[in-house]
Design a protein around this ligand. Sequence first.
Ligand code: 13P
Length: 246
Amino acid sequence: MRRPLVAGNWKMNGSREAIDLLLDGLSGISTTAEVAVFPPYVYLPQVVSTLCGSGIDVGAQNVSEYQAGAYTGEVAADMLSDIGCRYVLVGHSERRSLFGEKDRQVAEKFVASQRSGLIPVLCVGETLEQRASGKTLAVIAAQLDAVLERAGLESVCNGVIAYEPVWAIGTGKTATAEQAQEIHREIRQQLGEPGMKTRILYGGSVKAANAAELFAQQDVDGALIGGASLDSDEFREICKKACVAN
Ligand code: 13P
């Protein structure tokens, strides 16, 4: 039985004050799903300290593939672990498309995260153009393969995978529950037997209104939520649906 994970990626949003308010709104959240939030780097200590003992985990949105040294502006996995992070996103489509992250670099980040005891959330997904030309499965298989080759099957299966179709991110266009299930099933098939324990999250315009249908799918084990995670009422509602559905 895979415990669902509801993860809120706050992206580059917030201020100390706004985050205090948001966290206030999440206090006493009641769900049997695991919940995690991913604030911008600079607010991680504030969020870790506020959420201590709340049952909500904290993750970072990115990590360096390097361990330490002369890498100006980078943040090492050991540092994230040191300040109390449990999770880290690797290969988010915004990192891939806006900051040029390639599969190999994503694979290095995945390995670096696990080496420091973090749980990487590996993001994969196709663009609209790739979907339209029938390349969805090949694109996702290649993104996954790069990490499988570098980290090995068992390590990948110990992480979390997030399927986020690029065309559904921040656009209000969610994949249908059937479209999500189809890709999640393919990903699990690619992982084989060890992948039965791996949580595969769906991301892309998830809201309280569409969460239950997505969570009802056999291979959807939670969600990675952007915009709706900045609204505590909406996020709480999504968390509630994760526990009833799975
Ligand atoms: P939205 O929920 O805003 O579409 O963002 C999804 C996402 O990119 C989460 O990582």
